[in-house]
Structures are given as C-alpha cells and as structure tokens.
Design a protein around this ligand. Structure first.
Ligand code: G5P
Ligand code: MG
Length: 222
C-alpha cells in the first residue's frame, strides 16, 4: 500500500470526473483538487485570476498553461494530507510534464464515456458553486429542485454548459488529450475505465484504488 497516494483523473467534459472524484474522497483519505471548481470560485469572487480565466472558459477554450500550472502546483503545496486527486488537471502535455517533475503521480485514471451520452447529461447538470457539488435532474436530482442539499443555497447552470460551449469543449478535449494519455502510458501508470454510467465505472475504480491505498470503509456503496 502506498502511503502518500497521488492520482489524476482524466476524461472528457461530462464524463463523470467530478462525480467519481467525490465518491473516491468519501472512501479514501485523499484531497480532491478540481481545477474547474477553483476557477469557477475565482470567477464568482471576481478575482483577477477569475476574470482572466472566464474569457477562455466561457468559450470552451483552455486557460493558458502558465496560469494553470502556477495555480495547481500552489494547491498541491498547500495540501497537508500528502494524498491528493487532481480533477481536470493536467489537460496538456506541458501540464502533465511539469506536474510529474514537481510531484510524480502514482496513477492516472482515465474515464471513457461515449460522447452522445455526455451531451445529454450536461444539459441536465446543476451545480452548487461554493462547494462544487454537482447534480443532474435525471441521475442525482437535489432533494428540493434548484437548491443545494447541504446548504439550501441556490444551484446554477454553468456558463460553459451552453450547447455551443459544450461542443467546443469536446472538440478541444479530442485535440489535446492524446499527448497526455501517451505521457502517462509511457510512465506505465495509465488505468482506463469505460462505461455508460458512473454506477458502472465506480466499482471498477474502487477495486483498483483499494489495491493501492487502504479505504476508509470497505463498503463500495457511497
Ligand atoms: P472542468 O470544470 O474541469 P470539464 O469540462 O473537464 O470541466 P466537467 O464538465 O466538470 O468536465 P465532469 O466533472 O467530468 O465534467 O462530469 P460530472 O460533473 O461529474 O458529470 C456531468 C453531469 O453528469 C453531472 O450533472 C452529473 O450529475 C451527471 N452524471 C454523472 N454520472 C452520471 C450517470 O451515470 N448518468 C447520468 N444520467 N448522469 C450522470 O473545466 C472547465 C473549464 O475550466 C478550464 C477550461 O476552460 C475548461 O473548459 N480548465 C482548464 N484549462 C486549462 N487547463 C486546465 N487544467 C483546466 N482545468 C479547467
Ligand atoms: Mg467536473
């Protein structure tokens, strides 16, 4: 068993990275660091970083590498547990290489979900911006429509979940992820999980992680 376990979770927009990550951190002592959640919080708080990033995100484009690398390496350095799960980073070969040179990763989990399923899911997504909690009116609806289960605060739809921005994000993903996958493959740490539903993918991820890091609880259900 590895003591300080460092993982990245890869996958197309809407493939369930956030959904699977929240299950992972409930079962394993790891800190979930989501690049998208951090950026959206900065946008909400109107920080200079957020205002700059918003221009790219709204269009479905990637935020420049220099900005993302500084942001995520900073988050990792703040992480006291030593075990973390990066969601949404890296997205380019440059990000993957820089991360690996600063903090070698133990595993790269790649979620493979058909694109037609993804487009439908994203249209039904609602998020709680301060926490990053994600809902879906079909899959995991909030207890009260439009409100976060934990805080009761209002849910919103993401600015980049418009049909045009989603198509652009899927296109950017198709063009940029190949070299990242190849990078982790060359390191021998790529693990792929395919399925049409997160409930189908989750038991496979749980089984794989359990052989590397001790779970907080043995129960696979969340
Ligand atoms: P993000 O925030 O990283 P994406 O586009 O990579 O955004 P996204 O959209 O957050 O990924 P996800 O996390 O993979 O998707 O998916 P999710 O939220 O868990 O699930 C999607 C929906 O499906 C939810 O409503 C969920 O409830 C539902 N769902 C899950 N499983 C199932 C299921 O089995 N069945 C059904 N029916 N529904 C299900 O990045 C956003 C932007 O930030 C910038 C970029 O501009 C990016 O576009 N950015 C970066 N730029 C450069 N470099 C980086 N490293 C960057 N990181 C972020
Ligand atoms: Mg996400």
């Amino acid at each position: 068993m590895i003591k300080n376990f460092r993982a990245v979770i890869l996958g197309a927009p809407g493939s369930g990275k956030g959904t699977i990550s929240s299950r992972i951190v409930r079962k394993f002592e790891m800190k979930h660091i989501s690049s998208g959640d951090i950026l959206r919080l900065n946008i909400e708080q109107k920080t200079p970083l957020g205002l700059d990033a918003q221009k790219y995100m709204k269009q479905g484009n990637l935020v420049p590498d220099e900005v993302m690398i500084g942001l995520i390496i900073g988050e990792i350095e703040k992480c006291k547990t030593g075990s973390w799960l990066l969601d949404g980073f890296p997205r380019t070969k440059k990000q993957a290489e820089t991360l690996y040179s600063k903090a070698p990763v133990d595993t790269a989990l790649n979620l493979i979900v058909p694109f037609d399923i993804i487009v439908d899911r994203i249209q039904k997504r609602w998020v709680h911006l301060p926490s990053g909690r994600v809902y879906n009116t079909d899959f995991n609806a909030p207890k009260v429509a439009g409100l976060d289960d934990v805080t009761g605060e209002r849910l919103v739809q993401r600015e980049d979940d418009t049909p045009a921005a989603v198509m652009k994000r899927l296109d950017v993903y198709s063009k940029t992820l190949g070299p990242v996958i190849e990078f982790y493959k060359s390191k021998g740490i790529l693990e792929e999980f395919s399925g049409k539903a997160s409930d189908e993918i989750w038991p496979m991820v749980y089984k794989y992680l359990s052989s590397h890091i001790a779970p907080i609880s043995q129960d696979v259900k969340i």
